[in-house]
Design a protein around this ligand. Structure first.
Ligand SMILES: C[S@@+](CC[C@H](N)C(=O)[O-])C[C@H]1O[C@@H](n2cnc3c(N)ncnc32)[C@H](O)[C@@H]1O
Length: 343
């Protein structure tokens, strides 16, 4: 290298900036994107254990064309430190890759996928969306990924359900936005005399929940319906209504009306159990909140005090708020239908 070039490079601040960006931002971003692609395509799961060569992997993934490109993609994974390769056999190398491939960590794998596929686009495109008058829609989400990632909070939601379900008496449950149906299953397991209606707005999610309910042998006690809760026209019959991880699917200004409608479906003395992340939690939850603000159907995560006020405005008599995860803003709201119905 000529001395003049060396002098130019040494005094040019762009090179150190670029190197620092690569280290602090670009490499972690590539790793997250690679792992997400490896998870959603099934590569990660297929490489766990003894690993596989590119040909075997391509066969398993149904890739017939351009197998060379699969190898090129795997080699970038090696360069990123997620995979290793030895005489043509690719294996998982990083601790993160190995952990994400384990079935028991599926909810965390789905949470990573949610961040990369749904959170990054709102950060990338927020101002441009505003410039062009665009909003996110329900179709910009993948209900199956969201249902899986929601399971991260499962033990805490289950504890809240255990507090709300009386195990002894017959109990009629309505679950709004049931996702996979896992929480209805938990309630039904706690109380063998519980019967439930579980509704979900997304057809494929409701279909999956119905299949799960059948597989769990609960079809005689749990009906799954593809429905928008706002259009449910039913008698007040439910002893318990549950809503987990979905209040932000409704615009802030519509929430009191939604809660009023939920209350109208409760039998006298019935209760609503609502669990949700609230504002002020970890950074992922703040970006999730931003996502729903940019959506044409939802709104920000609630402030805990704001949601408690909305419950009171909706006519609920006693409202109890409990933080479910120490240090986080994940809360359970239990509201009793003890007041006279107004309409
Ligand atoms: C984040 S997922 C949570 C699923 C499940 N409750 C859980 O915690 O695992 C939110 C669910 O609420 C459903 N949902 C949203 N708006 C709804 C509406 N208006 N009526 C019924 N379900 C709705 C969505 O389709 C989605 O499956």
């Amino acid at each position: 290298m000529k001395l003049t070039t060396l002098t130019k490079v040494a005094t040019d601040s762009r090179l150190p900036l670029l190197l620092s960006l690569a280290r602090s931002f670009v490499t972690p971003l590539y790793r997250a994107a690679f792992l997400t692609g490896a998870l959603s395509s099934g590569v990660l799961q297929r490489l766990s254990g003894t690993g596989a060569d590119a040909e075997t992997l391509a066969d398993a993934l149904g890739i017939t064309d351009d197998r060379r490109l699969l190898r090129a993609w795997l080699d970038v994974g090696v360069r990123l430190g997620e995979l290793s390769v030895d005489t043509g056999t690719y294996r998982l190398k990083s601790r993160t890759a190995k952990a994400l491939a384990l079935p028991r960590n599926d909810a965390v794998a789905a949470a990573l996928e949610e961040v990369v596929r749904f959170h990054l686009p709102v950060l990338l495109n927020g101002p441009a969306m505003l410039q062009h008058g665009h909003r996110l829609t329900m179709a910009d989400q993948d209900g199956a990924i969201i249902a899986r990632s929601s399971q991260v909070v499962q033990p805490f939601v289950e504890e809240a359900i255990e507090r709300a379900v009386d195990p002894g008496a017959p109990l009629r449950l309505l679950e709004i936005g049931c996702g996979s149906g896992d929480y209805v299953r938990h309630a039904a397991t706690l109380n063998p005399r519980l019967t439930a209606l579980a509704v979900d707005y997304q057809a494929e999610v409701a279909q999956e929940a119905a299949a799960n309910v059948a597989e769990w042998g609960l079809s005689d006690r749990v009906e799954v319906r593809h429905a928008d809760v706002r259009e449910l026209d039913l008698e007040p019959q439910f002893d318990l209504i549950t809503m987990h991880n979905n209040i932000y699917y409704f615009p802030v200004e519509d929430r009191t009306k939604l809660l009023e409608q939920a209350r109208s479906l409760l039998a006298p003395g019935g209760r609503l159990l609502l669990t949700t992340s609230c504002r002020g939690g970890n950074l992922s939850m703040e970006v999730l909140s931003l996502w729903f603000e940019y959506a044409d159907f939802g709104g920000s995560l609630p402030e805990a005090t704001e949601l408690a006020d909305q419950l009171r405005s909706a006519g609920f008599g006693e409202v109890e708020v409990r933080r479910l995860i120490p240090g986080e803003q994940f809360c359970a709201f239990v509201a009793g239908n003890s007041r006279e119905r107004t309409a």
